[in-house]
Design a protein around this ligand. Structure first.
Ligand code: CAA
Length: 240
């Protein structure tokens, strides 16, 4: 029987590529999204992957959303914490709200999604928790004190939880993409984006599918010995 995978932020950008790659690999996939109904409907029409709307920033919404997914597809065995936002600003201009919004989605979202699923994974003695961190959680990025802090937090979360999950057959890993050709990166001012591309040794932005393939690998039964790791996919921009 095929396993059930839930991808947060799974209807656009890197998340859409992840949902599609897992679907192509034979998983029953649910794609969560926060607000863009139009993009979600288009994604479902094109891929056949069902989309479910709730905010990962709200714990109760996650509990209810997960219950809907599990009623439709069965117990979630693979969780991909992909949902993420940016509220970039130089620190002296950053507002408490910009700090909070990024923390709530990019860091607390991991707690809100993983916590309700954890007991079931422990009982079934199988689970995969894969969180999309970022190169900027590893190296820091000017204009992103909030985002870099949250993404670094994702790595700490991963390393701690990997130790707790190991005996229960649950692996917990993070992927650290570099700059990938998505709307998020295209929103960066052109001059800045050009200077970023100049720092990538392979000379280009990454493709969402290049991150999605990392997820399929870590989700597989064969990846059971890999836990607590950070898999870096950044075109050589930063070595950890
Ligand atoms: N790399 C290099 N230089 C940067 C930079 C970056 N990422 N971000 C800002 N700068 C530089 C600007 O070029 C500018 O330099 P000059 O004064 O020499 O022209 C200086 O910092 C100030 O920047 P702005 O004039 O743009 O200042 P602002 O207050 O108008 O805007 C900002 C600040 C909102 C942070 C804007 O610069 C910006 O959006 N920067 C991009 C930040 C970034 O890299 N975000 C990554 C988004 S993609 C992502 O997050 C996905 C992922 O995981 C990799």
């Amino acid at each position: 029987m095929s396993r059930v995978a839930l991808v947060t932020g799974g209807t656009r950008g890197i998340g859409a590529a992840i949902s599609q790659a897992l679907h192509a690999a034979g998983y029953k996939v649910a794609a969560n999204y926060a607000g863009n109904d139009e993009a979600a409907a288009k994604f479902t029409a094109e891929t056949g992957v069902p989309a479910y709307r709730w905010s990962v920033a709200e714990y109760e919404a996650c509990v209810e959303g997960i219950a809907r997914v599990e009623a439709d597809l069965g117990p979630v065995e693979v969780l991909v914490n992909n949902a993420g936002i940016t509220r970039d600003a130089m620190f002296h201009k950053m507002t408490p709200q910009q700090w909070r919004e990024v923390m709530d989605t990019n860091l607390t979202g991991l707690f809100n999604m993983t916590h309700p699923l954890w007991p079931g994974m422990r009982e079934r003695k199988f689970g995969r928790v894969i969180s999309i961190s970022s190169i900027n959680g590893q190296k820091g990025q000017m204009g992103q004190a909030n985002y870099s802090a949250a993404k670094a937090g994702d790595i700490g979360f991963t390393k701690a939880l990997a130790q707790e999950g190991a005996k229960a057959g649950i692996t917990v890993n993070a992927i650290c993409p570099g700059y990938i050709a998505t709307e998020m990166v295209m929103a960066v001012p052109e001059k800045v984006r050009e200077s970023i591309i100049a720092q990538i040794p392979v000379g280009r932005l990454g493709e969402p599918e290049e991150v999605a393939r990392c997820v399929v690998f870590l989700a597989s039964d064969e990846a059971g010995f890999i836990t607590g790791s950070t898999l870096t996919a950044n075109g050589g921009q930063y070595f950890v």
